[in-house]
Design a protein around this ligand. Structure first.
Ligand code: PGA
Length: 260
């Protein structure tokens, strides 16, 4: 079942420029490039310069954790797509932590998606349900509503240039060994519903060809089960991507699945 996989490392608000460059060079020493597995490192913006200096571009691509919805101007603390372009190939957009901390709405996220694409940056859109959504039986509707607004400024053709991550909010950062990650049996129906919804919004064939990752407490023990899932094209990895050994193990699982 050979398939191409994408693994994005979301370092969140961790690591100084020096620490980030050390991790980058250690990863480069250990990880063997595979044409079937694309690895994207998404450090904090302040670390991009240092990581880029150490980046083995045969093995890694660079991503940011956000971009501004504006082109330029008086937006203190933000980074425009036009400034990040040339540095990054990818950008995480609409992460639930930004929705929570910065009150980012689906409408703002839609603008960021368009801004990324039109500057040649591949957006990694994050969507996901909360525990309450799930308990109320609304999870699928909530995720589909997010998709329909967040993708509303894109054309069917542009859907070929994006990545979507199904990242249930209740499954993020539960690397506490309690197993609060979404089990493949819970992820599968959601991903099918997402693909159907994309198909309805953009037309036949678009839903099946869109890249969809899983994110939420991916670790060396569970990674393979996601990579093996039909309809899952990789993972967005948070906590475990900061741990050199764990991230190398996750990449090794991806290579095994991709080449088997
Ligand atoms: P986690 O984070 O792997 O630590 O749960 C994933 C993410 O939030 O992108």
């Amino acid at each position: 079942m050979a398939k191409k996989l994408l693994i994005a490392a979301n370092w969140k608000m961790n690591l100084s420029p020096h620490q980030a460059s050390v991790l980058t060079s250690r990863l480069a020493q250990k990880i063997v490039a595979s044409r079937d597995v694309e690895i994207v490192l998404c450090p904090p913006t302040v670390d991009l310069y240092a990581v880029n200096r150490e980046l083995d571009t045969k093995k890694f691509k660079l991503g940011s954790q956000d971009i501004s919805e504006f082109e330029e101007g008086p937006h203190t603390g933000d980074n425009a797509a036009s400034m990040l372009k040339g540095w990054v190939d990818y950008s995480i957009i609409g992460h639930s932590e930004r929705r929570r901390d910065e009150a980012e709405t689906d409408e703002v996220i839609a603008k960021k998606m368009a801004m990324a694409i039109r500057n040649g940056i591949t957006p990694i859109l994050c969507v996901g349900d909360t525990l309450l959504d799930r308990e109320m039986g609304h999870a699928v509707r909530v995720v589909n509503d997010q998709l329909s607004v967040c993708l509303s400024l894109l054309t069917a053709e542009e859907l070929g240039q994006i990545v979507i991550t199904y990242e249930p909010v209740w499954a993020i950062s539960s690397g506490d060994g309690k197993g609060n990650y979404a089990k493949p049996a819970e992820v599968a129906p959601m991903v099918t519903a997402m693909r159907n919804s994309i198909e309805e919004l953009f037309g036949e064939g678009v839903g099946t060809s869109t890249l969809i990752l899983y994110g939420g407490s991916v670790n060396p023990d569970n990674a393979k089960s996601y990579f093996e899932m039909p309809g899952i094209d990789g993972a967005l990895v948070g906590g475990a991507s900061l741990n050199y050994a764990q991230f190398c193990d996750i990449v090794a699982s991806a290579v095994t699945v991709a080449t088997s």
